[in-house]
Design a protein around this ligand. Structure first.
Ligand SMILES: *[C@@H]1O[C@H](CO)[C@@H](O)[C@H](O)[C@H]1NC(C)=O
Ligand SMILES: *[C@@H]1O[C@H](CO)[C@@H](O)[C@H](O)[C@H]1NC(C)=O
Length: 367
């Protein structure tokens, strides 16, 4: 684990230094000073406030940005910093940016630890021009403040300027999102295969996992398939879906799966190519991540005009089952959609949202 991380960091570093000899190796790892552990010079700090545009090593800052250490804060607040010790807090209309070398046309996902600091509607705006997205931080998915998110973009030039911005104007200027680690991963886009019309149907291609990603990575709502941090998949509606890996969770097949943590408020979907009036067989696996999520679960699947509800009684022991449904395509494109019918929280922690696990989604024509 540690070694793999060190190697991926080294590779990322080589690539960031412009090593085109490594062009075949996809970029992956923390951004330079991506965990904010390289400290600003004491002269660039006034108490916790960063002074000057280039006061934080490797980053450019704008507006009121604080450099903080995790734990109890002066004034009574407590900031949890899950990845390392240091983090930045973005005040009203403040931002931090970094420009990184990328390959035009390639798909990337940023993975970052982010949390709100007050019980207000805090939003983190991520941009890599011309793309931009607003990440609502209202819902806390895990109770320990260690929520990690991914956001995808497609590079349009040789360099990409990654910016995290707090667009809010809160009444209390000491509120505003906390950012504690930023990593990147480049994807080779998965394709449908002879065995499966669904791209990335086993969720094996997903965002970078930060060290100690025991909370998984949240895939925020409203992600389009062209730029999704989970290649091939669309995240619909209001809340996140969680990407989970086999190191920290029980996943039915391979190295990764998704956990439907937000009930009916979030769906995962993919549009596949089909032949009208032809019949197809959709199969998928439903289970639990062995993370204390228990109870009567149900996953609903939709394909063309057909639906399937798969009940799953979770005892939180990492069991799973496979279900299938035959559907008739009505057009050249068929949307597959999945969501959890119910809401669940962990038996040992009512503050942590959880839900059924979805894996191994396959579609094949019926002979
Ligand atoms: C990861 O977790 C281990 C064990 O809890 C801890 O010792 C280590 O400091 C953590 N690493 C980071 C980067 O947070
Ligand atoms: C669909 O695939 C599953 C799993 O391979 C199989 O058990 C089922 O019989 C298939 N259904 C049809 C209609 O072909």
């Amino acid at each position: 684990m540690k070694m793999a991380v060190v190697i991926s960091l080294l590779l990322a570093f080589c690539l960031l230094l412009g090593g085109s000899a490594f062009a075949a190796t996809p970029l992956e790892g923390l951004l330079p000073n991506g965990n904010f552990e390289e400290k600003p010079k004491p002269t660039n700090l006034k108490k916790t406030v960063l002074k000057g545009k280039y006061s934080l090593p490797k980053w450019e800052i704008n507006g009121f940005v604080e450099y903080i250490s995790g734990g109890p804060q002066p004034g009574g607040m407590y900031f949890a910093v899950a990845h390392g010790v240091h983090a930045v807090r973005l005040g009203n209309d403040a931002s931090i940016s970094q420009t990184i070398p990328v390959k035009p046309g390639s798909l990337y996902a940023l993975t970052f630890g982010a949390s709100r600091t007050c019980a207000q509607d805090e939003v983190l705006r991520i941009s890599v021009p011309p793309q931009t997205g607003d990440l609502p931080l209202q819902t806390l998915y895990s109770s320990n403040g260690g929520d990690t998110y991914a956001w995808g973009f497609r590079a349009t030039a040789n360099v990409a300027k990654v910016t995290f911005h707090n667009p809010g104007i809160q009444e209390d200027p000491s509120c505003g999102p906390l950012l504690d680690a930023v990593a990147i991963k480049e994807f080779f886009p998965p394709m449908p295969t002879r065995d499966n019309l669904v791209k990335n149907g086993g969720f094996e291609t997903g965002p970078h996992l930060l060290i100690n990603s025991s909370n998984g990575v949240l895939l925020p709502p409203r992600q389009e398939d062209l730029t999704s941090p989970l290649p091939g998949w669309i995240i619909e509606s209001l809340k996140a879906v969680k990407f989970i890996d086999s190191k920290h969770f029980n996943v039915p097949f391979g190295l990764a799966a998704v956990e439907l943590v937000a009930g009916r408020e979030s769906a995962i979907a993919q549009i596949i190519r089909t032949v009208p009036n032809k019949f197809y067989n959709l199969t998928f696996t439903v289970g639990d991540a062995k993370n204390g999520c228990h109870g009567s679960m149900m996953v609903e699947a939709f394909a063309a005009k057909d639906t399937l509800k798969v009940p799953f009684k979770s005892q939180g022991k990492g069991r799973f089952k496979t279900a299938s449904v035959k559907f008739k395509a009505i057009s050249a494109r068929t949307r597959l959609t999945f969501f959890s019918s119910f809401y669940h929280t962990r038996v040992d922690d009512f503050g942590s949202l959880c839900g059924p696990v979805l894996d191994q989604v396959r579609v094949l024509p019926v002979a």
